[in-house]
Design a protein around this ligand. Structure first.
Ligand SMILES: Nc1ncnc2c1ncn2[C@@H]1O[C@H](COP(=O)(O)OP(=O)(O)OP(=O)(O)O)[C@@H](O)[C@H]1O
Ligand SMILES: Cc1ncc(C[n+]2csc(CCOP(=O)(O)O)c2C)c(N)n1
Ligand SMILES: [Mg+2]
Length: 317
């Protein structure tokens, strides 16, 4: 292979069906759908900090895009375009082939076009910008929760955090358990169908990337309210349930991060509609608490407040 431009052509150039002009010029040209608002977000993955450098490149390509799609889901947006900026320590054809395959498969599954990016030599770093669309006024923001709203979460929490603990040798799992949890850590599924279905139902939403404790604090702060969470109702997988005696249990479930589930608020009148949506999507939606006047997050166990100092993931804490 002859270098940077050959690499881009071979691994990161395929037809961009919904762009006027994609990879190959100084910039891409996009035609947003008439009347839609543009939704834009960026997320970077750094080797050694967000993933281990020896992670399966197919899974890594998936995850790099998935964490960005998750932010589109959290906004109730339909993703349309992605830009991929890479710093690569070397040209490793096997790695590039796998990474490109994982990225492309997820992009095609959601009709997202790769329309450009940047490629340099440097410590392994994957940076993606994602763009999507939402009808005006229908985006799911963090600041819309009302006192009395129910607090909901999709899927299960804590799987990815326990997978990380297992990879770090701090939790012992059977090979089957470890591979189930590692799938959650390395190949998260962005909840896009849920996000768009929540338009008009949820009053506020965000995705759980840094752990419920940290992310919920953002939602509470933006809405000027307090979130009350009954910890015994927080949904966990069967594998994580078995780990409930472990000293890291609540830390992983409530503050672990890397879950990429959606956490949202909705008025109690929408409970039936949300249960029906859960059945329709085949995705658990669980009521874990409510919003009230105040600030921050109040954890309760069996209805009694507990004084747990849980922090979400913070790169500089
Ligand atoms: N360097 C930066 N310059 C400008 N804005 C930033 C910068 N870094 C983050 N932001 C903005 O700060 C807000 C919070 O960013 P953050 O990365 O925490 O988003 P998130 O969805 O909560 O988390 P995650 O990165 O885990 O997806 C977003 O609006 C983001 O665009
Ligand atoms: C090797 C390795 N070490 C630690 C973690 C855990 N981790 C890293 S960043 C992050 C929050 C989301 O990041 P951001 O807020 O930057 O989007 C979490 C939970 C991991 N996945 N891999
Ligand atoms: Mg987010």
């Amino acid at each position: 292979m002859s270098g940077e431009f050959d690499l881009i052509r071979r691994y990161f150039t395929w037809p961009a069906h919904n762009a006027v002009l994609g990879v190959g010029d100084d910039a891409a040209l996009l035609q947003p759908s008439p009347g839609q608002q543009l939704v834009v977000s960026a997320d970077m993955l750094v080797a050694g900090r967000h993933f281990f450098a020896d992670t399966d490149p197919v899974r890594l390509g998936h995850k790099a895009l998935a964490v960005n799609l998750s932010d589109m889901a959290a906004m109730g947006a339909t993703p349309r375009w992605a830009m991929l900026s890479l710093a690569l320590p070397e040209v490793d054809e096997g790695w590039l082939g796998g990474f490109s395959q994982g990225f492309r498969a997820l992009a095609e599954q959601h009709a997202v076009s790769l329309i450009g990016g940047d490629t340099t030599c440097g410590p392994l770093n994957l940076s993606i910008q994602i763009m999507g669309e939402v009808p005006p006024g229908q985006a799911l923001r963090r600041d819309g929760a009302q006192a009395g709203d129910d607090l909901w979460v999709s899927g299960t929490l804590g799987d990815a955090a326990f997978a990380l603990q297992s990879l770090l040798g701090k939790v012992r799992l059977t090979p089957v358990e470890a591979s189930m949890l590692c799938l959650r850590l390395e190949q998260p599924q962005p909840r896009l169908a849920l996000g768009t279905a929540l338009r008009g139902l949820a009053s506020a939403a965000l995705d759980v990337s840094d752990g419920l404790a940290g992310d919920l604090r953002h939602l509470a702060h933006c809405s000027g309210l307090q979130a009350v969470v009954e910890v015994t109702t927080v949904p966990v997988s069967e594998v994580v349930q078995v780990l409930s005696p472990h000293p890291l249990y609540w830390q992983c479930v409530l503050a672990g991060g890397d879950d990429y589930e959606l956490c949202f608020t909705a008025a109690p009148q929408h409970r039936e509609a949300l249960s029906a949506l859960s059945r329709q999507l085949g995705l658990p939606l669980t009521r874990i608490g409510h919003m009230q006047a105040g600030n921050g997050v109040q954890w309760q166990e069996g209805g009694q407040p507990v004084d747990w100092e849980l922090q979400g993931f913070d790169h500089f804490a």
